[in-house]
Design a protein around this ligand. Structure first.
Ligand SMILES: CC(C)(COP(=O)(O)OP(=O)(O)OC[C@H]1O[C@@H](n2cnc3c(N)ncnc32)[C@H](O)[C@@H]1OP(=O)(O)O)[C@@H](O)C(=O)NCCC(=O)NCCS
Length: 240
């Protein structure tokens, strides 16, 4: 009898705590757990776990393909003798305060990134500006700016431009330009002529540009500056 009751209780608790039915993307954005920069678009599945407050911070002009997933935590303790979260599952004192679950930290996605269909990004990962994550990849480590990564675990297959070109693009911070200037640059932004783009708009000449709302631009380093990445909210439809 007691055994049956215990089995039923454990089954109920397992159902409650292991069903990581994701909240809707919109509600996560409204709660501030997910932030998206200017013109970024797409919807992802974000797995959020009880007892954690990891965030997903997405920069400007970044596109998420369909079925992209962010795992902001939910890690079990592989350094414990049992990975089973006894206190949480059995309702014992110390539940959610004993170090379970764990996360490796916020997920930070830079500006001008494309995360292709069904890619999965794990907690603590920073994806640099201009990077591409190939379809169905599992990203467990940081991604350099303008790198293309693929596979499980995702590995860099190449960089999109030369080191010098990437350095110049990073200095330009074009995502911070006023929108009319960005629109003027679209013929080059949507071309492979990176040299001409750098020649015409480069040299950091616009590094202090203000946003259309009049606020001043701040740093946009790939290591993630929430203040910079959270600016602007003109969301567009999914980019799949
Ligand atoms: C990322 C992507 C754009 C790379 O394209 P690319 O630069 O032309 O790369 P290539 O096709 O030349 O492939 C380069 C290498 O990466 C590998 N690769 C490419 N995509 C991969 C993927 N999704 N997973 C694992 N490996 C991949 C290739 O097998 C190849 O490996 P090899 O050099 O050992 O032969 C493309 O592979 C991709 O994932 N596109 C996504 C399409 C999509 O999801 N569309 C829906 C809209 S979001």
């Amino acid at each position: 009898m007691l055994r049956k009751w215990a089995a039923r209780t454990v089954a109920r608790l397992l159902k409650e705590h292991y069903s990581s039915a994701p909240d809707s993307f919109d509600s996560l954005r409204a709660s501030g757990l997910v932030t998206m920069g200017r013109c970024s678009g797409g919807e992802a599945v974000v797995h959020v776990y009880e007892g954690e407050n990891g965030r997903v911070i997405i920069g400007d002009f970044t596109g998420l393909g369909a079925y992209v997933e962010f795992l902001v935590g939910g890690g079990h303790r592989v350094d414990w003798i049992s990975t089973f979260p006894f206190r949480m599952q059995l309702g014992l004192p110390g539940a959610l305060e004993d170090g379970h679950p764990i996360t490796k930290g916020d997920i930070v996605i830079g500006h001008n990134v494309w995360i292709a269909r069904s890619a999965k990004i794990l907690s603590g990962v920073t994806i640099g500006n201009g990077a591409v994550v190939a379809a169905y990849s599992v990203v467990t480590r940081d991604v350099r700016p303008y790198a293309i990564v693929a596979g499980n675990p995702a590995r860099e297959i190449r960089r999109r431009f030369s080191d010098g070109q990437i350095e110049a693009l990073e200095k330009m911070r074009w995502n911070e330009w006023p929108m009319d200037k960005i629109i003027e640059a679209v013929p080059l932004l949507c071309s492979p002529d990176v040299e001409e783009f750098i020649r015409r708009y480069g040299d950091g000449a616009t590094a202090s540009a203000a946003y259309p709302d009049g606020t001043q631009a701040t740093s946009n380093t790939a290591t993630g500056n929430a203040g910079a990445l959270e600016r602007g909210r003109t969301s567009v439809a999914g980019t799949d």
